[in-house]
Design a protein around this ligand. Structure first.
Ligand SMILES: *Cc1c(COP(=O)(O)O)cnc(C)c1O
Length: 369
């Protein structure tokens, strides 16, 4: 049996009529950039995050860049972030001329280690960017406390974590000054193209992001600041609104599939050298990431069984060639380095069937037996 890592066709099949209606609606309106569809999506996502403002932007990467620009971050500034994340988190910092300060992770959640983050705050720290990795809300209490005591803003990278919450029920999107989302097609809320959003409860911050999104023009052709083209298009917004209406159902499907993996692994073998992701409330499993002994061999074996898998991420950011000048070396952030050697994402999407999951678990067990 073939089990892809992700099956967007299965997801879109059930929404096909609604998605096509959304395209027709936009083509009837003829406003293709920003406009009423984008504004409606902004309101809907902000409401979900229990904040006042959403600003639709061109991608999750651009959401990070424009949020950091709105804080005025530039050369000479340091931004503390995790070394174990998608490249865009640190790329945004670097592109503004600032210096990423990389921190190690908590081995269980893969999210930023709070004590290490607090210890990394220095006199040049102008922001902290925690990432809610793999759909699990990062623990931020100590970070938020230290950040507010030092007057350092926190920008959350929730590109993988729309709909996630803390175990006691607080939604991702309302902890820091702003939160950045990505609507890349494979994310839990994916467009049929690129898209992203910055949400914030801070009027002035959100207004600045809105200004920077359109080249800093206000009114049109009058520029007090230099921004960029970070606009979201109406087609993506309209398609995202369709999918947003089904987000809770699809997150429930992910949670159910995660629980089923747990049950299947537990029922079949207790001694496979695999650690499953934490069973915590509020986790949305945008990726179902295990740790495994002989990870690369397991991955090859799964491939031979027609089972998709992927490594997120094989090289922590502090060891990337483009950041060599920052002076980090092998062994500096060992927990992330170890995760990079051991983690593997298994197929998980709302429509995955029990039969498919059994095939994945069977193939994993066969490899170790
Ligand atoms: C996907 C992702 C981004 C970037 O989002 P794009 O929409 O692809 O630009 C940023 N940070 C993290 C953690 C991501 O997973």
């Amino acid at each position: 049996m073939k089990v892809p890592l992700l099956d967007l066709a299965a997801h879109h099949a059930s929404l096909r009529v609604e998605l096509l209606d959304a395209v027709r609606r936009v083509m009837g309106d003829e406003r293709y950039i920003l406009g009423p569809e984008v504004e409606a999506l902004e309101r809907e996502i902000a409401a979900r995050c229990e904040v006042r403002h959403g600003v639709g932007v061109s991608s999750g990467s651009d959401a990070l860049i424009v949020a950091l620009m709105a804080l005025g971050i530039g050369p000479g500034d340091e931004v503390v972030t995790t070394t174990y994340t998608f490249f865009a988190t640190a790329g945004a910092i670097h592109r503004l001329g600032a210096t990423p300060v990389f921190v190690d992770i908590d081995p269980e959640s893969f999210n930023l280690d709070q004590a290490a983050t607090v210890a990394a705050i220095g006199s040049r720290t102008k922001a902290i960017v925690p990432v809610h990795l793999f759909g699990r809300c990062a623990s931020l209490d100590e970070i938020l406390l230290a950040a507010s005591a030092r007057g350092v803003p926190v920008i959350e990278d929730a590109a993988q974590a729309i709909g996630a919450a803390t175990p006691d029920g607080r939604a991702v999107g309302s902890f820091g000054v702003a939160t950045c989302f990505s609507f890349y097609p494979s994310k839990s809320l994916g467009a049929l193209g690129d898209g992203g959003m910055v949400v914030s409860d801070d009027d002035r911050f959100a207004d600045q992001v809105r200004l920077l999104r359109g080249h800093g023009a206000r009114p049109e052709y009058v520029h007090e600041v230099v921004g960029g083209n970070f606009r979201l298009d109406a087609l993506q917004a309209a398609l995202l609104r369709v999918k947003l209406a089904h987000l809770d159902r699809s997150l429930a499907g992910r949670a159910k599939a995660a629980a089923r993996y747990r049950a299947l692994f537990a029922e079949r073998a207790n001694d496979v050298p695999i650690a499953l992701p934490g069973d915590v409330r509020g986790h949305t499993y945008s990726l179902f990431v295990i740790r495994a002994d002989r990870r690369d061999e397991l991955r090859e074996h799964l491939g031979r069984c027609s089972i998709g898998s992927a490594v997120y991420y094989p090289i922590p950011l502090h060891l990337q060639a483009c950041f060599q000048e920052l002076g980090y070396g092998e062994g500096d952030l060992p927990i992330a380095e170890r995760a990079a050697r051991e983690t593997l994402a298994l197929p998980l999407y709302p429509e995955i069937t029990e039969e498919q999951q059994r095939a994945v678990v069977d193939a994993c067990l066969a490899f170790y037996s």
